[in-house]
Design a protein around this ligand. Structure first.
Ligand code: AP5
Ligand code: MG
Length: 193
């Protein structure tokens, strides 16, 4: 059986995780799990989970680890057998990364690569404000963007070291054209055995 390609797409809010996930899906036929998208669908549906999620998302805060880990496990078990999975927006904390490792091992899976999209903060703010004019996302306003970036720097960025130690981290410059960035991502994936 061909080896699975399981990609963690990692980076700050606005770094292009969702955008590059679309390219990865098209090129490699992967399934996509975006915890942010799962939560926004719950908000739209008006579910109890959606109400809880909205209270965190609109403030730019992370949902509690236990809650999001359960959601991730449920979503992972619902997807069809595929060539691999993209994890977009998960993990965001060290406990989430540890839970993911365990969850994958239990399913005979492992992370193949962590694509770290590195983008300067001014560019992130610019992109998110621009998107906010049309997205309708409750977190694309300047105050919430600032909270999201603070939360990223304090809680999520430490994962970079975690994945460097695991020899899984591939740094990708996330600025420039979408196609140019994707070309660098494909090169990093081609280096995997
Ligand atoms: P989530 O939905 O994951 O949002 P995020 O991390 O804040 O990131 P975005 O989706 O805003 O950005 P992106 O990196 O996908 O970039 P995109 O491709 O859209 O999370 C939202 C919230 O949900 C969290 O704050 C938290 O509350 C909760 N949550 C989710 N997961 C959680 C977890 N694991 N634990 C706890 N809580 C969790 O691009 C951004 C914009 O830039 C777009 O307009 C795009 O068109 C543009 N763009 C993309 N690439 C380029 C380029 N190369 N040049 C110019 N513009 C570009
Ligand atoms: Mg996204």
């Amino acid at each position: 059986m061909e080896k699975m390609l399981n990609v963690v797409i990692f980076g700050a809010p606005g770094s292009g995780k969702g955008t590059q996930s679309e390219n990865l899906i098209e090129k490699y036929g992967l399934a996509h799990i975006s915890t942010g998208e799962v939560l926004r669908a719950e908000i739209k549906a008006g579910s109890e989970l959606g109400k809880v999620a909205d209270s965190f998302i609109s403030k730019g805060q992370l949902l509690p680890d236990e809650l999001i880990i359960d959601i991730l496990a449920d979503t992972l078990d619902k997807i069809e057998k595929t060539k691999g999975v993209i994890f977009d927006g998960f993990p965001r904390t060290i406990p989430q990364a540890e839970a993911l490792k365990k969850m994958l091992a239990e399913r005979n899976m492992e992370i193949s690569i962590v694509i770290g999209l590195e983008v300067a903060e001014e560019e992130l703010i610019d992109r998110l404000l621009k998107r906010g004019q049309a997205s309708g996302r409750s977190d694309d306003n300047i105050d919430t963007i600032k909270s999201r970036l603070e939360v990223y720097n304090s809680q999520t960025n430490p994962l970079k070291e975690f994945y460097i130690k695991e020899k899984l981290y591939a740094a990708i410059k996330g600025e420039g054209t979408i196609d140019g960035i994707f070309a660098d991502i494909k090169k990093a994936i081609a280096l995997l055995d």
